[in-house]
Design a protein around this ligand. Structure first.
Ligand code: C2E
Ligand code: MG
Ligand code: MG
Length: 763
């Protein structure tokens, strides 16, 4: 048995062997270890590295084999060494498997060990180890334990098949270092494996980790890689560190920022909220956002750390459940419950001063017959088809269409300005339902509609439902296929307006409208400086209808654009005709209402186009806008006046003094005429103080250099007063009422207007 050398320097049986390897020496081993250590630091993969270390050490020591065994447990729980890596010197055969129970070194418990390392000559080894070693041709072996992470892993065996080798204490120390390195390499490999397992978990985890810096604008400083599940590259996100804020749903962003601020101020340190974030494809995904602040010693926020947990599945099923509970299964429309919630919302908004709204309660006429004749499934099909038609009639998103059950539908019409709006919609709904339904066969049906309009007097939504129910009952009672309001007064007025609305469409087609022209006159000379074109409607059965009435109807049923186009064309055509007749018409003004300017960009483009079409220059016409229209439109389409100016069309302020009192537009845009509203002129009676406003308007006009026209001057008395107040121009019955085109041509020919001294309208 070979003794390890001891400090006494007493010769041992191993001395000879030790001398024999002196040429190799522990220097070579140390060098090999140093090189291996450097490799270990830059190791690409542990397996290859261990093989390389074994080789290098084997060569440095001059042994026959270096083998790494791992302690494995067999099914009985006993340790069974397993070969993990081996280096063999040239011409040395691989050793048979060193099996046996217990650790290999442990099989020689009687051998002296130095910190677990055992060196022995094969012939000294106890059985069964001796047999194992001699079968492998081993003359001597050094068994060095390997620990990984503080626990025993196995052993490295240095086999010498040539000689009985003795190991110096220094060599053994050096090799122990080597065993440690191997242990480290194995530990690293395990860590890497574990790390890649963790990476796998993170990559497949629905949880995204993030960190946000503690100071405004709260840049993102970390985001876990798995954000790529949502199509983002984490590095890209971090390169524009505040971009994450743009990814929140616009509805959620304010709350997100409030939360961050609350954490920053220390108001709360931890917040759990549900948020929507946009993925790279633009879809919003629901997350649970758990954010927690980390604070410095002075309670200042250092950073916010958080988790985003994908909860879209849960949300979607919640949403579906909610939809199921709020939707009618046959038509997919909101059900009564959902409708009542919307109604409640519209009602309280209107109560707070929001827009008025109307409820339409629609009941199909004789639906029971359809069910009886064609069967219930056709009945259901019809309900679906009706629902589709109603859906298509919806003007705004705020309008709600619901099914109350059976053959009853309800429409919540949002933002109405007049009950006539509701009447107009009901008429359209009836018409839409009246069209035959093609459901494999043609089915005809009609409906009755009850309407309730919000008014501040209604006590609540329940009362409105009662009203609308009664109204429907009346509609049915009075013969079906019609609509009724909950109040008779509304019914009469609205039905007339709705009827007139329909008639107006036809009137435009049939040429029932015409223009009259009222001269604008210079007081001093009687000279005509302009004409105002005023629309007239000669209704075939109802007789003449004034513009004050039909313009309002046109506004509420959407005919206003057609009407407006017709006026522009008629004005241009008249100017062309007068010119063709050798007359020199002064500028002809026409009125433009708010509804016409709703699509303001269209209006000025269309006007330019029509003027070009008729070869009429922009100065041949003038646009009259009331202050209210002007203010409303400039608020919505800031530069409408500017654009009209760039067309070169003059602008007059109509009914001056009756609208908003803001005069700023007069300074910004130099309008071409101010027309003092006739209601002020009307007030000018002997002894009244009405002239004050006229005077004020005139001095304002003079200061700004804008000519003023007094409207509605009927009497000599009024004329004298406006003249005395400094007004140079008038338009009114005193000189002439609005007259048809041929009569206007006569006036033009004369060039001056002789006042009607009676002061009565001449026609
Ligand atoms: P407006 O633009 O202020 O037109 C002047 C109105 O005063 C005209 O009424 C005219 O007939 C009336 N009038 C003129 N002189 C006198 C007078 O001495 N005494 C009285 N009592 N009335 C006088 P009309 O034609 O009924 O038009 C009413 C309003 O309807 C117009 O007011 C204008 O705002 C609007 N309107 C008329 N035609 C059109 C049109 O073609 N398009 C649009 N959008 N609105 C129009
Ligand atoms: Mg006018
Ligand atoms: Mg006017």
């Amino acid at each position: 048995m070979v003794q390890l050398s001891d400090d006494s320097g007493r010769p041992t049986a191993g001395d000879a062997a030790r001398r024999a390897v002196a040429s190799v020496g522990d220097d070579a081993i140390r060098r090999a270890i140093a090189v291996s250590a450097i490799e270990l630091l830059h190791s690409p993969g542990p397996e290859a590295l261990i093989a390389r270390i074994l080789e290098r050490i084997g060569q440095a020591c001059g042994v026959s084999r270096v083998q790494l065994y791992e302690d494995k447990r067999d099914p009985s729980g006993a340790v069974a060494p397993a070969l993990r890596s081996a280096w063999l010197a040239p011409n040395v055969a691989a050793a048979p498997q060193r099996s046996g129970s217990g650790t290999l070194a442990g099989q020689a418990p009687s051998l002296p060990a130095q910190d677990g390392a055992v060196a022995l000559l094969a012939r000294d080894a106890p059985e069964p180890l001796r047999g194992v070693l001699s079968a492998a041709g081993v003359k001597s072996v050094l068994m060095m334990p390997v620990a990984v992470g503080g626990a025993r892993y196995g052993e490295v065996h240095f086999d010498d098949c040539v000689q009985e080798r003795a190991w110096s204490a220094a060599e053994i120390d050096a090799l122990r270092l080597l065993a440690e390195m191997i242990g480290t390499a194995i530990a690293r490999a395990r860590d890497l494996q574990e790390f890649s397992d963790i990476s796998w978990v993170i990559d497949h985890s629905p949880v995204i980790l993030y960190r946000i810096g503690g100071k405004a604008p709260f840049p993102m400083t970390y985001i876990s890689r798995n954000v790529r599940r949502y199509g983002y590259d984490g590095r890209d996100l971090l390169s524009s560190p505040c971009r994450y804020q743009e990814l929140f749903h616009p509805d959620d962003l304010p709350a997100v920022m409030t939360t961050i601020t609350a954490i920053a101020t220390g108001e709360v340190s931890e917040v759990i909220r549900e948020r929507r974030l946009r993925d790279a494809d633009g879809n919003y995904i629901w997350f649970e956002d758990r954010a927690r602040g980390h604070y410095g010693p002075g309670h200042e926020l250092l950073e916010i750390e958080g988790l985003l947990v994908d909860i879209s599945e849960r949300k979607n099923s919640e949403l579906k459940l909610e939809q199921i509970s709020l939707a009618d299964p046959v038509t997919g429309l909101p059900n009564r419950k959902a409708f009542m919630a919307e109604l409640e919302r519209a009602y309280s908004a209107a109560r707070r001063g929001g827009p008025a709204f109307a409820i339409h309660y629609i009941d199909l006429d004789r639906f029971k017959d359809i069910n009886d004749v064609f069967g219930h499934s056709k009945g259901d099909e019809l309900l679906k088809a009706v629902a589709d038609r109603l859906r298509r009639m919806r003007r705004r998103n705020a309008d709600v269409i619901a099914r109350f059950g059976g053959d009853e539908f309800v429409v919540l019409q949002s933002e109405i300005s007049d009950p006539a709006d509701a009447g107009a919609l009901a008429a359209r709904l009836l018409k839409a339902i009246e069209e035959p339904f093609n459901l494999g066969m043609e089915i005809h049906t009609t409906a009755s509609i009850g309407i309730a309009v919000f008014s501040p007097e209604v006590t609540g939504t329940e009362e409105m439902i009662k009203q609308v129910d009664l109204a429907l009952y009346r509609a049915k009672d009075l013969g079906r296929n019609q609509f009724h309001f909950h109040s008779e007064a509304l019914d009469a007025a609205t039905i007339e307006r709705v009827m007139l609305g329909g008639d107006l469409q036809r009137a435009l087609d049939r040429g029932e409208l015409q223009l009259n022209f009222q001269p604008q006159v210079e007081i001093a000379t009687g000279r005509i400086i302009g004409f105002e074109a005023l629309a007239r409607w000669n209704h075939p059965t109802k007789g003449p209808i004034g513009p004050a009435r039909f313009v309002a109807i046109a506004e509420s049923n959407g005919t206003i654009h057609r009407l407006g186009r017709w006026v522009i064309d008629a004005v241009c055509q008249q100017i062309s005709q007068w010119r063709a007749a050798g007359l020199k018409p002064p500028p002809v003004s026409f009125n433009v209402s708010a509804g016409q300017l709703r699509g303001a960009a269209e209006f000025d483009r269309e006007l330019a186009e029509r003027l070009r079409h008729w070869s009429v220059g922009p100065k041949a016409v003038e646009i009259e806008l009331t202050e209210t229209v002007l203010m409303e439109t400039t608020q919505r389409h800031r530069d409408i006046i500017g654009r009209l100016y760039s067309l070169g069309v003059p602008i007059a302020i109509d009914d001056f003094g009756t609208g908003y009192s803001s005069l700023s537009y007069l300074r910004t845009y130099r309008v071409d005429h101010i027309k003092v509203a006739q209601e002020f002129i009307k007030d000018i009676k002997p002894g009244s103080g009405g002239i004050a406003i006229v005077r004020a308007a005139i001095s304002l006009g003079r200061e700004l250099g804008i000519p003023v026209i007094a409207e509605g001057v009927e009497t000599r008395f009024q004329l004298d007063l406006v003249k005395e107040a400094g007004c140079q121009f008038v338009q009114g019955f005193y000189f002439s009422p609005p007259v048809p085109a041929d009569r206007a041509a006569e006036l033009l020919q004369r060039g001056v207007v002789v006042p009607d001294e009676t002061g009565k309208p001449a026609s």
